[in-house]
Design a protein around this ligand. Structure first.
Ligand SMILES: [Ca+2]
Length: 92
């Protein structure tokens, strides 16, 4: 597999690792999102562990307002963070 294909399959696997924990297996609840943020993006997001930050991120990501974060909404987070990382390295 190419690097991008590997990244894609890791993104998919990482989502399902958390989305399958409770409720709908294909979406992230707020609890699942919090676990994902802390375990996978903790060092990047820093204060994502505090409750108001998680609430805000969840609200921002849930663009269709169905109170869950589906795969498409999750990919939006990952792509925004990826763009931010790229900007950081390009400007360095
Ligand atoms: Ca949603």
């Amino acid at each position: 597999m190419s690097g991008i294909q590997q990244a894609m399959s890791l993104l998919i696997a990482s989502f399902h690792k958390y989305s399958g924990k409770e409720g709908d297996k294909l979406t992230l609840s707020k609890v699942e999102l919090k676990e994902l943020l802390q375990a996978e993006l903790g060092e990047m997001l820093g204060k994502a562990s505090d409750k108001s930050a998680v609430d805000r991120i969840f609200k921002d990501l849930d663009s269709n307002k169905d109170n869950t974060v589906d795969f498409k909404e999750y990919v939006t987070l990952v792509s925004c963070l990826t763009v931010m990382c790229n900007d950081f390295f390009v400007k360095k």
